[in-house]
Design a protein around this ligand. Sequence first.
Ligand code: SF4
Length: 295
Amino acid sequence: MELDDSFYALVEITCRDLYIKSLKEIPPDIVEAIRKAAARETKEVGKRIFSHYLQSIELGRNKDMMVCQDTGIPIYWVKIGGKMRFDGSRLNDAIVRGTERATREHPLRSSIVSPLKRENRQTSTGDGIPVIKYEFAADCDHIDILFMPKGSGSENMSSLKMLVPADGVNGIKKFVLEQVIGAGAKPCPPTIVGVGIGGSSDLCMALAKKATTRPLGTKNPDPQIAAIEDELYNVINQTGIGPQGLGGDTTALAVHIESAWTHITCNPVAVNLQCWRAERRRAKIWANGTVEFGF
Ligand code: SF4
């Protein structure tokens, strides 16, 4: 059954609400990790920063305030159930309109500008923005939209290196570590360190970004990759960079690696850091109008 106008209207207001909600309520796994890191912190300055983070989390949740001023780059990952029948271009338009409505109706600061003239439409949209990535799920009767307002402090610390196979796994680990140390305070640590390995250059970067959205506590299903996640997590947390880079025991909340197969002569690695607020929101939408919000 082809869906009618009401479905696209529902997608539009859901995307509007995803943007606004994501800026005010930090995901429960992140809150828990910040609480635990605060409880373990041994440095005075680190304890103070964690206390500010926890206050910001409370203000966001209880006073309907934004946890951080940055409205970020709006990014949506849309997983389309194979049992859904609709017009993909209308779905895409609805997501863009929802982004614009969040910005106008809240109102949110529009953080999006053209790259050279720095023009701002005051809608959080522009050519290529919001970023919308599509995936498909077989035997699924709904669409699943994961939204992230990616803050610039952490996004500016993104990096890619086209290593060669001779650089091996050690080359990958060395690159990740260098990026985290080089980034220092800039991505507002403690961060989720997203790492992409394999693929083409653009796919590798996309994998690193997607890796930051994995809930804390999850591991890559490949035991060899999961072991590298653990190893990098332990080493990064020995750097002493700490919260806001002012020194402390927790520099990373997690290291998440996503991978794809690559060319025989390639060994790409990408790093995308996600700041401590790690905002993300999810909504599932069914054809009958049911919407379920989550993280
Ligand atoms: S990097 Fe994150 S926490 Fe830091 S200013 Fe940007 S959005 Fe806020």
